[in-house]
Design a protein around this ligand. Sequence first.
Ligand code: PGA
Length: 227
Amino acid sequence: MKIIMGNWKSQKNSEQSLDWFETFGKLYSPEEGKLVIVAPPFTSLEVISGKFSPLPTNLFLAAQDVSPFPLGAYTGAVAANMLTGLTDYCLVGHSERRQYFSETHQHVANKVDLLLEQQITPVVCIDESYAKDQINALEQNQLEKLIIAYEPLEAIGSGQPQAPEEISEVVASVGKLLPRNVPILYGGSVNDNNFASILNIEGVSGVLVGGASLDPEKFALICGKIS
Ligand code: PGA
Protein backbone atom coordinates (compact mmCIF):
# COMPACT_ATOMS: atom_id res chain seq x y z
CA MET A 1 0.00 0.00 0.00
CA LYS A 2 1.38 3.41 -0.98
CA ILE A 3 0.10 6.59 0.67
CA ILE A 4 -0.06 9.87 -1.22
CA MET A 5 -0.80 12.78 1.06
CA GLY A 6 -1.27 16.41 0.04
CA ASN A 7 -0.73 19.26 2.50
CA TRP A 8 -2.12 22.58 1.30
CA LYS A 9 -0.73 24.45 4.31
CA SER A 10 -2.27 27.91 4.89
CA GLN A 11 -3.72 28.23 1.40
CA LYS A 12 -7.11 28.16 -0.35
CA ASN A 13 -10.38 29.55 0.93
CA SER A 14 -13.58 27.48 0.82
CA GLU A 15 -14.43 28.38 -2.75
CA GLN A 16 -10.94 27.58 -4.02
CA SER A 17 -11.02 24.31 -2.09
CA LEU A 18 -14.28 23.29 -3.74
CA ASP A 19 -12.84 24.17 -7.17
CA TRP A 20 -9.80 22.01 -6.44
CA PHE A 21 -11.97 19.01 -5.53
CA GLU A 22 -14.19 19.57 -8.54
CA THR A 23 -11.19 19.38 -10.89
CA PHE A 24 -9.39 16.66 -8.99
CA GLY A 25 -12.56 14.53 -8.89
CA LYS A 26 -12.63 14.47 -12.70
CA LEU A 27 -8.98 13.43 -12.98
CA TYR A 28 -8.62 11.05 -10.07
CA SER A 29 -9.13 7.41 -10.65
CA PRO A 30 -8.64 5.23 -7.57
CA GLU A 31 -5.87 2.68 -7.86
CA GLU A 32 -5.71 -0.50 -5.87
CA GLY A 33 -2.97 -0.28 -3.28
CA LYS A 34 -2.93 3.52 -3.22
CA LEU A 35 -4.41 5.61 -0.45
CA VAL A 36 -4.85 9.31 -1.13
CA ILE A 37 -5.19 11.80 1.71
CA VAL A 38 -5.75 15.54 1.27
CA ALA A 39 -5.20 18.04 4.07
CA PRO A 40 -6.99 21.34 3.35
CA PRO A 41 -7.29 24.12 5.95
CA PHE A 42 -9.78 23.62 8.81
CA THR A 43 -12.15 26.13 7.24
CA SER A 44 -12.59 23.99 4.14
CA LEU A 45 -13.07 20.57 5.73
CA GLU A 46 -16.78 20.88 6.38
CA VAL A 47 -17.65 22.47 3.02
CA ILE A 48 -15.73 19.77 1.16
CA SER A 49 -17.41 16.94 3.07
CA GLY A 50 -20.75 18.66 2.59
CA LYS A 51 -20.40 18.88 -1.16
CA PHE A 52 -18.43 15.77 -2.07
CA SER A 53 -19.66 13.18 0.38
CA PRO A 54 -19.06 10.33 -0.03
CA LEU A 55 -15.58 10.98 -1.35
CA PRO A 56 -14.32 8.67 -4.12
CA THR A 57 -12.82 5.30 -3.15
CA ASN A 58 -9.48 5.49 -1.35
CA LEU A 59 -9.65 9.29 -0.99
CA PHE A 60 -9.69 10.72 2.53
CA LEU A 61 -9.49 14.10 4.22
CA ALA A 62 -7.02 15.12 6.89
CA ALA A 63 -6.67 18.12 9.17
CA GLN A 64 -3.30 19.89 9.21
CA ASP A 65 -3.20 20.28 12.96
CA VAL A 66 -5.22 19.83 16.14
CA SER A 67 -5.25 21.35 19.60
CA PRO A 68 -3.01 19.74 22.24
CA PHE A 69 -5.92 20.24 24.67
CA PRO A 70 -9.32 18.56 24.95
CA LEU A 71 -12.60 20.48 24.57
CA GLY A 72 -12.70 23.44 26.93
CA ALA A 73 -11.69 27.04 27.53
CA TYR A 74 -8.90 27.19 24.92
CA THR A 75 -9.83 30.14 22.70
CA GLY A 76 -9.15 29.59 19.03
CA ALA A 77 -8.22 25.92 19.36
CA VAL A 78 -9.76 23.11 17.31
CA ALA A 79 -10.05 20.02 19.51
CA ALA A 80 -9.70 16.46 18.20
CA ASN A 81 -13.28 15.85 19.25
CA MET A 82 -14.45 18.47 16.71
CA LEU A 83 -12.69 16.64 13.89
CA THR A 84 -14.65 13.43 14.47
CA GLY A 85 -16.74 12.66 11.43
CA LEU A 86 -14.86 15.24 9.35
CA THR A 87 -11.44 13.66 8.96
CA ASP A 88 -9.82 10.28 9.28
CA TYR A 89 -6.25 11.58 9.47
CA CYS A 90 -4.44 14.57 10.96
CA LEU A 91 -0.94 15.95 10.46
CA VAL A 92 0.90 16.51 13.72
CA GLY A 93 4.20 18.20 14.47
CA HIS A 94 4.92 19.54 11.00
CA SER A 95 8.24 21.40 11.13
CA GLU A 96 6.40 24.66 10.37
CA ARG A 97 4.26 24.11 13.47
CA ARG A 98 7.34 23.26 15.53
CA GLN A 99 9.20 26.32 14.19
CA TYR A 100 6.58 29.08 13.92
CA PHE A 101 4.17 27.98 16.64
CA SER A 102 6.76 26.69 19.13
CA GLU A 103 5.31 23.22 19.35
CA THR A 104 7.15 20.92 21.70
CA HIS A 105 7.49 17.13 21.80
CA GLN A 106 4.94 17.19 24.63
CA HIS A 107 2.40 19.07 22.50
CA VAL A 108 2.89 16.50 19.77
CA ALA A 109 2.43 13.60 22.19
CA ASN A 110 -0.76 15.18 23.60
CA LYS A 111 -2.16 15.70 20.12
CA VAL A 112 -1.44 12.10 19.18
CA ASP A 113 -3.24 10.89 22.30
CA LEU A 114 -6.31 13.05 21.73
CA LEU A 115 -6.53 12.04 18.06
CA LEU A 116 -6.23 8.34 18.83
CA GLU A 117 -9.05 8.68 21.35
CA GLN A 118 -11.20 9.88 18.44
CA GLN A 119 -9.97 7.09 16.13
CA ILE A 120 -8.25 9.66 13.89
CA THR A 121 -4.87 8.49 12.57
CA PRO A 122 -2.05 10.94 13.34
CA VAL A 123 0.55 11.55 10.64
CA VAL A 124 3.51 12.65 12.73
CA CYS A 125 6.19 14.67 10.95
CA ILE A 126 9.81 14.27 11.95
CA ASP A 127 13.01 15.70 10.56
CA GLU A 128 16.51 14.38 10.22
CA SER A 129 18.40 16.00 13.08
CA TYR A 130 15.81 15.42 15.80
CA ALA A 131 14.15 12.24 14.57
CA LYS A 132 15.29 10.16 17.52
CA ASP A 133 14.04 12.58 20.18
CA GLN A 134 10.83 13.21 18.26
CA ILE A 135 10.08 9.50 18.14
CA ASN A 136 11.23 8.75 21.68
CA ALA A 137 8.81 11.40 22.96
CA LEU A 138 5.96 9.11 21.90
CA GLU A 139 4.86 5.98 23.71
CA GLN A 140 5.03 2.54 22.16
CA ASN A 141 1.24 2.18 22.06
CA GLN A 142 1.01 5.53 20.23
CA LEU A 143 3.71 4.59 17.73
CA GLU A 144 1.88 1.43 16.73
CA LYS A 145 -1.10 3.40 15.47
CA LEU A 146 0.37 6.26 13.52
CA ILE A 147 1.99 7.16 10.24
CA ILE A 148 5.39 8.86 10.20
CA ALA A 149 6.31 11.53 7.64
CA TYR A 150 10.04 12.07 7.31
CA GLU A 151 10.69 15.59 6.08
CA PRO A 152 14.28 16.84 5.93
CA LEU A 153 14.08 20.58 6.70
CA GLU A 154 16.33 21.70 3.87
CA ALA A 155 14.21 19.86 1.28
CA ILE A 156 10.88 21.46 2.23
CA GLY A 157 9.84 24.05 -0.33
CA SER A 158 13.32 24.12 -1.87
CA GLY A 159 12.50 22.40 -5.17
CA GLN A 160 15.21 19.85 -4.38
CA PRO A 161 14.27 16.59 -2.67
CA GLN A 162 16.88 14.84 -0.58
CA ALA A 163 19.08 12.39 -2.50
CA PRO A 164 17.51 8.91 -2.76
CA GLU A 165 20.46 7.22 -0.99
CA GLU A 166 20.11 9.59 1.93
CA ILE A 167 16.34 9.13 2.10
CA SER A 168 16.75 5.40 2.16
CA GLU A 169 19.44 5.57 4.86
CA VAL A 170 17.36 7.80 7.15
CA VAL A 171 14.19 5.81 6.55
CA ALA A 172 16.04 2.61 7.48
CA SER A 173 17.38 4.10 10.70
CA VAL A 174 14.04 5.67 11.62
CA GLY A 175 12.37 2.33 10.93
CA LYS A 176 14.55 0.73 13.63
CA LEU A 177 13.03 3.09 16.21
CA LEU A 178 9.47 2.16 15.27
CA PRO A 179 7.27 -0.90 15.71
CA ARG A 180 7.06 -3.09 12.60
CA ASN A 181 4.81 -1.97 9.77
CA VAL A 182 4.56 1.70 10.70
CA PRO A 183 4.34 3.46 7.32
CA ILE A 184 7.07 6.06 6.70
CA LEU A 185 6.31 8.76 4.14
CA TYR A 186 8.90 11.05 2.61
CA GLY A 187 8.14 14.77 2.21
CA GLY A 188 10.15 17.67 0.82
CA SER A 189 9.84 18.98 -2.76
CA VAL A 190 8.00 15.95 -4.10
CA ASN A 191 6.37 16.81 -7.43
CA ASP A 192 4.84 15.25 -10.52
CA ASN A 193 8.30 14.65 -12.04
CA ASN A 194 10.08 12.99 -9.15
CA PHE A 195 7.35 11.17 -7.17
CA ALA A 196 7.73 7.83 -8.94
CA SER A 197 11.42 7.46 -8.15
CA ILE A 198 10.84 8.50 -4.54
CA LEU A 199 8.01 5.99 -4.13
CA ASN A 200 10.41 3.31 -5.35
CA ILE A 201 12.94 3.89 -2.58
CA GLU A 202 13.06 0.92 -0.26
CA GLY A 203 11.22 1.54 2.99
CA VAL A 204 9.29 4.55 1.68
CA SER A 205 5.56 3.88 2.04
CA GLY A 206 4.40 7.09 0.46
CA VAL A 207 4.90 10.79 -0.06
CA LEU A 208 3.77 13.98 1.66
CA VAL A 209 3.36 16.66 -0.97
CA GLY A 210 3.16 20.37 -0.18
CA GLY A 211 3.46 22.87 -3.04
CA ALA A 212 2.66 20.41 -5.83
CA SER A 213 -0.57 19.35 -4.13
CA LEU A 214 -2.06 22.83 -4.64
CA ASP A 215 -2.54 22.10 -8.32
CA PRO A 216 -5.21 19.39 -8.77
CA GLU A 217 -3.75 18.28 -12.10
CA LYS A 218 -0.25 17.81 -10.73
CA PHE A 219 -1.60 16.06 -7.66
CA ALA A 220 -3.74 13.74 -9.78
CA LEU A 221 -0.61 12.76 -11.69
CA ILE A 222 1.16 11.99 -8.43
CA CYS A 223 -1.83 9.90 -7.41
CA GLY A 224 -1.07 7.64 -10.31
CA LYS A 225 -3.49 8.17 -13.12
CA ILE A 226 -4.94 10.93 -15.17
CA SER A 227 -7.95 10.06 -17.28
P1 PGA B 1 6.87 20.85 -0.21
O1 PGA B 1 6.31 20.74 1.28
O2 PGA B 1 6.37 19.66 -0.97
O3 PGA B 1 6.31 22.14 -0.72
O4 PGA B 1 8.35 20.85 -0.11
C1 PGA B 1 6.23 19.50 1.94
C2 PGA B 1 5.70 19.68 3.34
O5 PGA B 1 6.12 20.63 4.04
O6 PGA B 1 4.85 18.90 3.81
